[in-house]
Unconditional design. Structure first.
Length: 262
């Protein structure tokens, strides 16, 4: 499945403008044959927007969700997008996946919040593995800091995730996560990992770009630079099956030895 990674910070603070950016990029992705389009973390509103996070947060079935669903259906590709989700008085850092016909498939709430900024503005989610089927692949959802916990990705591997989507707001000086950690996670768990970053300065942060789609061999199928970019790469189920047969990490596990981890 051709997967499009939108490395962009959009237009922080304005959902309307970000929906326009998403629509235009999704059109380019569809024209290039993509079946799945993925944005960065908190794309619909911006990340470093302080108290505007709560003001701009919407329910998973809100107006912005309807707009993204319409975009997905019009361009004929699935879309995964980051946004602040309001559920009653609670706000989550969330990722929603909609199908190519605009059906809402899955919604994930970030489980591991990074730093005081996120802990001041969000409540952590409590569901580790969220998945959906897209074009014959089992797609898993995760956000940024979550992927830095090996237990999280291994849980997805054990649940059968083929392609793990990880919108992120990865900042300087932690670019080694994109460069090294993400390909290792893909290899040790025998899956594809799409890591989709913001880019450039925003508030107190400097986002480093370097979005990548890493394969189960630990090799990046594509990698963005440090500017806004639409990156396309393929997640190949045939290659994935062959790689899993040659690298039986999951079969060779000895869970009885791992009790001390929890």
């Amino acid at each position: 499945m051709r997967t499009a990674l939108l490395q962009s910070s959009g237009r922080p603070g304005t959902v309307v403008e970000n929906l326009k950016v998403l629509d235009e990029a999704a059109g380019r992705a569809a024209a290039a044959g993509a079946g799945l389009f993925v944005t960065s973390e908190m794309f619909l509103t911006g990340y470093a927007i302080g108290d505007d996070i709560a003001r701009l947060a919407e329910p998973a079935d809100g107006d912005a969700a309807d707009a993204v669903a319409e975009t997905a259906a019009r361009h004929g590709l699935a879309i995964a997008y980051g946004y602040p989700e309001r559920a009653g008085d609670t706000v989550y850092n969330s990722l929603q996946l909609v199908s190519a016909d605009g059906t809402r498939l899955a919604n994930y709430r970030k489980t591991h919040l990074f730093g005081c900024f996120e802990r001041d503005h969000f409540t952590p989610g409590d569901r580790q593995v969220v998945q959906a089927e897209v074009n014959g692949l089992t797609v898993g959802l995760m956000i940024c800091y979550d992927v830095e916990f090996p237990e999280n990705v291994r849980a997805h591997a054990l649940a059968g995730t083929d392609l793990l989507l990880v919108p992120t707001a990865q900042m300087h000086p932690f670019q080694f996560v994109a460069e090294s950690v993400v390909p290792v996670r893909a290899f040790e768990n025998q899956m594809y990992v799409a890591y989709v970053n913001r880019v450039g300065p925003e508030g107190e942060f400097e986002f480093v770009g370097l979005s990548t789609l890493a394969g189960p061999d630990g090799i990046a199928r594509a990698r963005a630079g440090r500017a806004e970019e639409l990156v396309l790469a393929d997640a190949d189920p045939v290659f994935l099956a062959a790689s899993r047969a040659n690298n039986p990490y999951l079969d060779d596990r000895r869970p009885a030895l791992y009790g001390s981890l929890v």
